[in-house]
Design a protein around this ligand. Structure first.
Ligand SMILES: Cc1ncc(COP(=O)(O)O)c(C=O)c1O
Length: 382
């Protein structure tokens, strides 16, 4: 397979080229990252001087795998592989499960890492678009029909979903029940699990798989809800015999082992009381920023039509007056230093994604005000 066939990863390229220079960073999808000092301030007791900077356990330290298994809800640590972010977990999942020519179904829109990898793998991809009119719910009937018709190797779902902010509690139960007598593997990117803004922590799809006897792979990590993207800690977990081992063998070719220092911090972050505090922090930040933005947007839906998220630290919005949102986002950045994500990166021109993760409320308000002012000006000149 040549590199030419690997599509550019729009969202990550867009960010990589701009995020360190932006004046107002509204392109992030997680809550504002924490310092080690701040972690210690909310109950961690991290003294890192004595940590031996060895390779450690290439599959992830037993204590971290245990903490992840507990977060997933009573899964065996043997079923967990620690990865460098959930992006490595998604990479390993696609490479381990999908062969050229395999049929797969994927929910759209999504973060778009998996579609790029599926194209590279030359899989035959069936897109199941979420239903805009119904709060971006999964099209369960369409997915069930496609599973029966296509008998896919795998069904990929991002839930809670980026960029729509949809949660899929009931839909996932129905889908898992439907997969019971098939050979289809359900692969769920759960990196936003824990950031359900109003409900309880959703059950991991892996628990559903275990209960229904359905093969499931889940991926996740500490970058979004926990506000710790710089740790580069994620995971892949599965109830399928041998899949974790296969992904682990492939990891020998990618990153070998997780960053040792990060593992120590991650283990504390995933254990209570820190885990609950970090989740509460994230929900508090997002709820408050939604309130601020709601107030600023009131009566201005002609400028920006919001889809208030049920989960995640971002808002998907439609701009009824703009078709070329890529150009618009470029101008916002070039002329005002404001970085958002254009809908084109999700195959959704006419939309933008705005980060809701800023911790300081007055900074958040000021940034939203500048964004709206920038959009008004661009509308006037377009
Ligand atoms: C759905 C989803 N999966 C995976 C990732 C990658 O995150 P990380 O590798 O930092 O865990 C992102 C980042 O935005 C995401 O939105």
């Amino acid at each position: 397979m040549s590199m030419e066939e690997l599509p550019e990863f729009c969202l990550e390229r867009w960010q990589s080229l701009r995020e360190t220079k932006a004046r107002i960073l509204l392109s992030e999808s997680g809550v504002e990252p924490l310092t080690i000092e701040a972690l210690n301030g909310i109950g961690a007791s991290l003294s890192l001087d004595k940590v031996v900077l060895s390779y450690g356990w290439t599959r992830g330290s037993p204590s971290l795998r245990h903490a992840i298994a507990d977060f997933l809800g009573g899964v065996s640590p043997e079923n967990v592989l620690v990865t460098n972010g959930s992006s490595e977990a998604n990479f390993l999942a696609v490479m381990t499960i999908v062969s050229p020519g395999d049929s797969v179904i994927i929910d759209m829109p999504n973060y778009m890492q998996v579609p790029g990898l599926l194209a590279w793998k030359r899989a035959e991809v069936f897109e199941a678009w979420r239903i805009r009119e119904g709060q971006w719910q999964l099209p369960v009937g369409e997915i069930v029909d496609a599973v029966r018709r296509v008998k896919p190797r795998a069904l990929f779902i991002t839930s809670p979903n980026n960029p729509t902010g949809a949660v899929d509690w009931e839909a996932l139960e129905t889908i898992v029940a439907e997969l019971r007598n098939t050979h289809t593997i359900l692969v769920v990117d759960e990196v936003y699990r824990g950031l359900e803004i109003h409900g309880d922590l959703a059950r991991s799809a892996l628990r559903l798989g275990i209960e229904h006897g359905v093969p499931v792979v889940v991926t996740g990590g500490l970058s979004k809800v926990f506000g710790l993207p710089g740790l580069r800690i994620g995971w892949l977990a599965s109830n399928i015999n041998g899949i974790v081992e296969k992904a682990w063998s492939l990891k020998d070719y990618t990153t070998i082992s997780p960053p040792r220092l990060s593992e120590v911090i991650a283990t504390e972050a995933l254990r209570d009381p820190l885990r609950s505090r970090l989740i509460a922090r994230a929900k508090g930040i997002v709820r408050r920023n939604i309130d601020i933005l709601r107030e600023l947007l009131s009566g201005r839906e002609d400028l920006l039509e919001p889809y208030w998220p049920a989960a995640g630290a971002f808002l998907l919005a439609r701009l009824p007056w703009a078709k070329d949102t890529m150009r618009l986002a470029e101008r916002l950045y070039e002329e005002r230093g404001i970085l958002i994500v254009p809908g084109e990166c999700f195959d959704m021109p006419g939309y933008i994604r705005v980060g809701l993760g800023r911790e300081n409320p007055s900074a958040a308000r000021k940034e939203f005000e500048e964004l709206l002012e920038g959009l008004e000006k661009l509308r006037g000149s377009s």
